[in-house]
Write a protein that binds this ligand. Structure first.
Ligand SMILES: NC(=O)c1ccc[n+]([C@@H]2O[C@H](COP(=O)([O-])OP(=O)(O)OC[C@H]3O[C@@H](n4cnc5c(N)ncnc54)[C@H](OP(=O)(O)O)[C@@H]3O)[C@@H](O)[C@H]2O)c1
Length: 296
């Protein structure tokens, strides 16, 4: 056991903890119930699990994109009778990488259709995850429940808070999800149809100049550039680019015109950093900066 962890105390997963908030990285088989119990007991819960992401009164928070969705907390409080507790979720790892690149495009040019083919890292399946004999020398063209999440979550994240709920953004997403023999970093081949038709230069400028609230507030985990544009004709690549901005950015490259949609490009995100724990931590930092979460 490493020295730094020897004195950590592992406690039962019941709401009797002396802390200001809880992060949940539980398997979906138990996360829904456990997170609700903690919220009912008055704990702020920041969850990485899928169970509450699409609940009408739960923010699916990406601080760069939809901090105004935090208005749902008042609705949640009233409807669920949680007292001081609440639940906030972060997106699925594949959605996370893609939505940071989609956000500036939707904001400036209006998304109409999104088509994505993913090549997802093994670590996305957790530990012990996919069996070695299944993934060596192989690609698995199926990840249970993944395509459904990738097709709906971006529409909630880019949706608008109105009349106490989120109105889903008006575009469609079609996803093909694959597990590949890469340790960390999801690569995604994305094609977009836009309502307005930017030039290639305008599209690149929109991605490169994207900056938002976490950057303005200089939150400790915020990437300086949420979207990093790489020029090489063979980039981004998981091994070379997944650690950009300490794993907190989406790396975009190979932007070019598409014969069917308007443009196509490749997107890469670190699935266990910005796609998981890093996203939850950035959410917590935003809550502290906004005075929603008070230090213990
Ligand atoms: N990996 C990713 O890239 C990623 C990205 C986004 C979202 N997620 C989501 O995040 C969650 C965790 O994913 P993961 O990849 O970290 O999974 P994982 O490697 O299977 O880890 C799950 C952890 O939960 C613990 N656990 C299981 N049942 C428990 C219970 N009843 N009470 C307390 N602890 C329990 C496990 O402890 P033991 O080891 O002792 O069993 C383990 O430490 C999942 O819902 C997943 O879908 C994962």
């Amino acid at each position: 056991m490493p020295q730094y962890i020897r004195d950590f105390v592992v406690k039962d997963c019941i709401p009797e903890l002396n802390c200001s908030l809880v992060f949940s990285g539980l398997p979906s088989s138990v996360a829904g119930e456990v997170e609700s119990l903690f919220a009912q007991a008055g704990y702020p819960v920041l969850s990485n699990s899928k169970n509450h992401r699409m609940d009408e009164d739960v923010p699916l928070l990406v601080p760069e994109i939809n901090h105004e969705h935090l208005q749902l907390l008042a609705v949640q409080k009233r409807k669920q009778n949680y007292g001081k507790g609440y639940i906030i979720t972060n997106p699925n790892c594949t959605t996370m990488a893609m939505v940071l690149a989609l956000a500036p495009l939707h904001q400036e040019f209006g998304l109409e259709k999104v088509h994505v083919v993913t090549m997802q890292a093994i670590s996305g399946a957790g530990y012990p995850g996919v069996a070695g004999l299944d993934i060596i020398d192989n690609v698995i063209p199926y990840i249970e429940g993944e395509e459904e999440k990738v097709e709906i979550e971006p529409r909630k994240i880019l949706g608008k808070f109105r009349d106490e709920k989120i109105i889903l953004a008006d575009f469609s997403v079609s996803a093909h999800c694959h597990r590949v023999n890469v340790s960390d970093g999801h690569l995604e081949a994305v094609s977009v149809a836009l309502r307005h038709h930017p030039t290639l230069e305008q599209l690149i400028e929109s991605l490169q100049s994207y900056s938002s609230l976490p950057q303005e507030l200089d939150l400790p985990s915020a990437p300086r550039r949420p979207v990093v544009y790489v020029e090489g004709h063979d980039r981004p690549q998981p091994r070379l680019d997944r650690d950009a901005e300490k794993g907190m950015a989406t790396v975009v490259g190979r932007i070019r015109a598409c014969n069917i949609f308007d443009y196509k490009f490749d997107v890469l995100g670190h699935n266990t950093i910005r796609g998981a724990a890093g996203a939850a931590i950035l959410n917590a930092e935003l809550l502290v900066a906004r005075g929603i979460l008070k230090p213990h």
